[in-house]
Design a binder for this molecule. Structure first.
Ligand code: FAD
Ligand code: 2HG
Ligand code: ZN
Length: 476
């Protein structure tokens, strides 16, 4: 019996012909790549767990070129896999079979920045970190930040509705994205690239494409609301004895730090072990069962320091936390953040990684890790928990020395049933992609999934955009 995350059979799309290649070479001179060596990295995902056999990589520079590509592919019934920085974690960013890879890597122009409103407009292939640098020079920051910032594209971020480390403060992309330009499956260009905070003229169509994982259209440009660069940033790394204390500290933090709180993240002692072992990152404080990363961002260093000092004083004297260190200058802030941001990388050195990205009522999030550890016993190499406590988002990761189908059967559907019983979501921020598409019913009703299918059929009747992804195989 095939595993539920295995690919379904190849759908009846056309095969690429010499005439097709001639067309692509004509409209994209020097940018229609067929050399298998050059295509290798575009065919395999960041985790190296999913591999496709795409034979053509298209590198458009303009919306018009994307439009011509899709118009042609739709008429020829050729499947297309939109690709940004290829950092997605659910197997959505690479072909399953021979889908054409449409990369946004050369669509990296910043189109406008309005320093009065803080609204940035850019092409979809801008790398998140490049946008951050551009904005920092103009006293602003991006409203999102994540460990993959050096590679991921803003279009990929929007397509996955990426959450990340600042969501607690600046909210999700459903709020900060003000406009999108999207090329539909048949090549029509949908211009919803507004730069307005408020616009209630009819349905808010751009929302459909945020989190649609390349299945409804190719995002070619984004306008996004960016906050002012905070004048003072502090990061605190704390140790804590129990998860209950970690939650009480969160409550205290919300009350005492209030408007300057910009992140509340956690990792467990097993994550720390992997950081020490595989990346040689030393623990900055004494060993603890749990660690908290708190970031404050504000406009007045003296005011922020006073607040932080009072909070730390209360947390220490009430024994909620046992040890800690504070960073105010950039290099130490970066070093503390790596203890949280580099866990994903440390896990890749530990073995084959099974990843779960779960939303739960915040007080339940560590219970799942404890229950999974007990359930798996000696069968797993490592079972680790970390994530965005402030957003109720747990990253449960389980490793084994090599890919282990028996271990997978022990993990799934246990993890999904547990999550559904707690009315959680089986994908908080990474999406469904190829790997999780068939588990959608654990978090969405059949009516909701059926309506998603209707929308897909309306926007992409031939199903050429990112087939085998996001929607379940049994969708009628
Ligand atoms: P890709 O991986 O290339 O693509 C992802 C999906 O979006 C695919 O389905 C693809 O078809 C589609 N897509 C890409 N570009 C477009 C486009 N222009 N139009 C339409 N569809 C498109 N995610 C979080 O939410 N929070 C985190 O904190 C976080 N941290 C991460 C840390 C690391 C180290 C890594 C490797 C990944 C992390 N991710 C995180 C997961 C990932 O979702 C994000 O890295 C990012 O949003 C993906 O962007 P990308 O450009 O790499 O997209
Ligand atoms: C993070 O928050 C990312 O670090 C990646 O979302 C999580 O690797 C993971 O499971
Ligand atoms: Zn995350």
């Amino acid at each position: 019996k095939p595993s539920p995350d295995a690919a379904p059979g190849r759908m009846a799309f056309s095969r690429i012909t010499q005439e097709d290649l001639a067309f692509f070479r004509k409209i994209l001179p020097g940018r229609a790549v067929t050399d298998p060596d050059l295509l290798e990295s575009n065919n395999v995902d960041w985790l190296k767990t999913v591999r496709g056999s795409g034979e053509v990589l298209l590198r458009p520079q303009t919306t018009e070129e994307v439009s011509q590509i899709l118009k042609y592919c739709n008429s020829r019934n050729l499947a297309v896999n939109p690709q940004g920085g290829n950092t997605g974690l659910v197997g959505g960013s690479v072909p399953v079979y021979d889908e054409i890879i449409l990369s946004t890597a050369l669509m990296n122009k910043i189109q406008a920045f309005d320093s009065i409103s803080g609204i940035l407009t850019c092409q979809a292939g801008c790398v998140l970190e490049d946008l951050s640098h551009y904005l920092e020079e103009r006293d602003h920051i991006m409203p999102l930040d994540l460990g993959a910032k050096g590679s991921c594209h803003i279009g990929g971020n929007v397509a996955t509705n990426a959450g990340g480390l600042r969501l607690l403060r600046y909210g999700s992309l459903h709020g900060t994205v003000l406009g999108l330009e999207v090329v539909l499956a048949d090549g029509r260009v949908l211009d919803c690239l507004a730069t307005l905070r408020k616009d209630n003229t009819g349905y808010d169509l751009k929302q459909l494409f945020i989190g649609s994982e390349g299945t409804l259209g190719v995002i070619t440009a984004v306008s996004i609301l960016c906050p002012c660069k905070p004048k003072s940033v502090n990061v605190v790394f704390l140790g804590c004895e129990t998860f209950e204390q970690l939650l009480k500290t969160f409550q205290l933090c919300r009350g005492m730090l209030g408007e300057i709180l910009s992140a509340y993240e956690f990792l467990d002692t097993e994550c720390m072990r992997l950081l020490n072992t595989h990346l040689k990152l030393p623990n900055p404080i004494s060993d603890s069962p749990f660690y908290i990363v708190i970031e404050t961002s504000g406009s007045d260093p003296a005011h922020d320091e006073e607040k932080l000092h009072n909070f730390l004083d209360t947390a220490m004297t009430s024994s909620l936390v046992t040890d800690g260190t504070v960073a105010t200058e950039e290099s130490k802030i970066k070093a503390l953040w790596s203890m949280r941001e580099r866990i994903t990388e440390a896990l890749t050195h530990d073995g084959y990684t099974y990843k779960y990205d779960i939303s739960l009522p915040v007080e339940r999030i560590y219970q799942l890790v404890a229950d999974m550890r007990e359930h798996l016993g000696e069968r797993a190499k490592s079972v680790v928990g970390y994530g965005h406590v402030g957003d109720g988002n747990l990253h449960l990761n389980i490793t084994s020395a090599a890919k282990d189908p028996a271990l997978l059967v022990a993990i799934e559907p246990f993890v999904y049933e547990w999550t559904a019983r707690s009315r959680g979501s089986i994908s908080a921020e990474h999406g469904l992609g190829l790997k999780k598409r068939n588990y959608i019913y654990y978090s969405k009703s059949s009516q909701a999934v059926a309506l998603m299918g209707d929308i897909k059929t309306m926007l992409d009747p031939k199903g050429i955009l990112n087939p085998y992804k996001t929607l379940p195989d049994n969708l009628k």
